[in-house]
Ligand binder design. Structure first.
Ligand SMILES: [Zn+2]
Length: 261
C-alpha cells in the first residue's frame, strides 16, 4: 500500500487542481482554497484505521481543529451566542481529538470497511452536514472535495496492489475499493451508519429551508399547489403578463374587451 507521504502528496495535488477548477467555474476563492485543503486532508482519512502512530495522530489533530471551524456557520444559523460557539468548538475539538480517535482505534481493523466505497459516502455525508452554508453549490463543492480526496486514497491503494515487476495482483488487491467486506457485522455497521447519515442529511434544517419546508413541515411548493389563491383580494397584475408585474391595477374588463364595449 502507498505510504502516508504518497497519500497526502497525491490528494493535495488533486485537491489543488479541484480548487483551481472550482475557482474557474464558481469564483468563491476562499471556498476553493478550503476545498483544496479538505481534499488533501481527506486523502489521509482511510488510513486512520491503521494504528501506525504519528501520521494518524497528526491527521486526527488537524481534523479536530478543522471540524469546529467548519461548523461555525451552522452554529450561527442556529442563533448561538459567541460564547456558546466558543464552548461548542472546544468540546468538539476534544471530542474529535480524543473521543473519535479512540473509537476508531478500538473498533476498526486495517483495510476493513474503513477502506470502502460506502465509507467514502459516509465521509461525504459527514462533510455535507459539517460544512453547512446557505449556498448549496458551495456546500456540495466542499462535500465533493472530501469524497474526491477519500477516493484518491482508495484508488492509490488499489494501484499499489498491482505488482508491475512480476505482472501479478497482490493479495491486497480489491480490499480498498469494495462495497462490502468479509465481516458481516462490519458490513451491517457501515451501511447502518450510511443510512443514518442519509436520514440526517435529508432532515437537515438548513437543507429543509433550502428545498422549501418550514417549521410546520409543510412544503411551500405543496402548499402553493394545494391551497387555491384567495379570490377576495383584488389582483394587482394582468393575466397576460407571464409572471412579471406591470405595476398597473388589474381591470378584469381589459381581459374581455368585446364585453366592455
Ligand atoms: Zn489505505
Amino acid at each position: 500500500m502507498a505510504d502516508f507521504k504518497t497519500h497526502i502528496a497525491t490528494s493535495s495535488v488533486v485537491g489543488a487542481g479541484y480548487g483551481i477548477a472550482g475557482y474557474a467555474l464558481l469564483g468563491a476563492p476562499s471556498t476553493c482554497v478550503l476545498s483544496a485543503g479538505l481534499c488533501g486532508l481527506a486523502g489521509t482519512l482511510p488510513d486512520l484505521d491503521s494504528d501506525s502512530g504519528v501520521p494518524v495522530r497528526e491527521t486526527m489533530t488537524f481534523a479536530s481543529a478543522v471540524v469546529p471551524m467548519l461548523m461555525i456557520d451552522r452554529f450561527q444559523t442556529m442563533g448561538w451566542s459567541h460564547e456558546t460557539i466558543v464552548l461548542a468548538g472546544g468540546i468538539l475539538y476534544f471530542g474529535v481529538r480524543f473521543g473519535v480517535g479512540a473509537l476508531i482505534k478500538r473498533y476498526t481493523v486495517h483495510r476493513g470497511m474503513w477502506h470502502s466505497l460506502p465509507a467514502a459516502a459516509i465521509f461525504g455525508l459527514l462533510a455535507f452536514l459539517i460544512c453547512s452554508c446557505d449556498d448549496m453549490t458551495l456546500r456540495l463543492f466542499k462535500t465533493g472535495a472530501v469524497v474526491l480526496g477519500f477516493m484518491v486514497h482508495l484508488i492509490l491503494d488499489e494501484l499499489w496492489a498491482v505488482d508491475l515487476k512480476k505482472l501479478r495482483l497482490k493479495k491486497s488487491f480489491g480490499t480498498a475499493m469494495k462495497l462490502w467486506g468479509n465481516n458481516r457485522w462490519g458490513n451491517v455497521s457501515v451501511y447502518a451508519k450510511l443510512g443514518f447519515l442519509v436520514l440526517f442529511a435529508i432532515g437537515d434544517p438548513i437543507m429543509m429551508e433550502r428545498i422549501g419546508i418550514d417549521d410546520h413541515g409543510v412544503p411551500h411548493v405543496a402548499r402553493e399547489l394545494l391551497v387555491p389563491p384567495s379570490t377576495d383580494a383584488p389582483s394587482t397584475t394582468r393575466v397576460d403578463n407571464r409572471g412579471e408585474t406591470t405595476g398597473t391595477p388589474f381591470d378584469p374588463w381589459d381581459a374581455i374587451p368585446t364585453f366592455k364595449r
